[in-house]
Ligand binder design. Structure first.
Ligand code: GTP
Ligand code: MG
Length: 203
């Protein structure tokens, strides 16, 4: 399994790249919804049908299993974005979205951006969560919404790119004079967070 220091991590290894910004993004959701598969599809363009459950945390990809919850919450701090994932063929994973959203609100930065992702949309025959239900829940929670498939490579890149875009939009908003750090405007400014140092976003 790839991790931050994995010599096989390939050409996308951040340590080898020049970059202007580094964002901490987390993938969260119940066990087996496809978080690790989603990350592998994005980073490696690979997919494996085998299920090897993540233990604890691996390169900001968290474990969905209840017993690791206390470890994962510590990692929420400083995260600028979340992919909150459920499996469209698993009702329980969808029912758990509200709890995961509460965890984000409790443990993360107030301005952290969240995208709700209904993964495994390739499993149309086994679908139990209509796309409309996902969209409605996302609207209620104030999140953006995508259905996706790590297996068939549907919307994987788009989801990550959209998350970075909304983070950049939020950064630019908080850098506008009316909400400069130290003002009493609503919501925390970026100065409240450990993330990016540069004063503008060139995304
Ligand atoms: P934990 O690490 O336990 O939290 O699980 P996880 O969310 O990381 O799930 P993982 O990525 O390991 O995927 C679980 C199973 O679902 C594996 O057998 C994957 O092959 C399968 N899977 C993941 N994404 C998809 C998808 O888009 N479509 C289908 N059909 N299967 C998928
Ligand atoms: Mg995993």
């Amino acid at each position: 399994m790839a991790s931050a220091g994995d010599p096989h991590a390939g050409p996308r290894d951040a340590a080898d790249q020049n970059f202007d910004y580094m964002f901490k993004l987390l993938l969260i959701g119940n066990s087996s919804v496809g978080k690790t598969s989603f990350l592998f599809r994005y980073a490696d363009d690979s997919f494996t049908p085998a299920f090897v459950s993540t233990v604890g945390i691996d390169f900001k990809d968290t474990a969905g299993q209840e017993r690791y919850r206390t470890i994962t919450t510590a990692y929420y701090r400083g995260a600028m974005g979340f992919l909150l994932m459920y499996d469209v063929a698993n009702q329980e994973s969808f029912a758990a979205v509200q709890d995961w959203a509460t965890q984000i609100k409790t443990y993360s930065w107030d301005n952290a951006q969240v995208i709700l992702v209904g993964n495994k949309c390739d499993l149309e025959d086994e679908r139990v969560v209509p796309a409309e239900d996902g969209r409605r829940l996302a609207d209620d929670l104030g999140f953006e919404f995508f259905e996706a498939s790590a297996k068939e490579n549907i919307n994987v890149k788009q989801v990550f790119e959209r998350l970075v875009d909304v983070i950049c939009e939020k950064m630019n908003e908080s850098l506008e004079p009316s909400s400069s750090p130290g003002s009493n405007g609503k919501g925390p400014a970026l100065g409240d967070t450990p993330p990016p140092q540069p004063s503008s976003c060139s995304c």
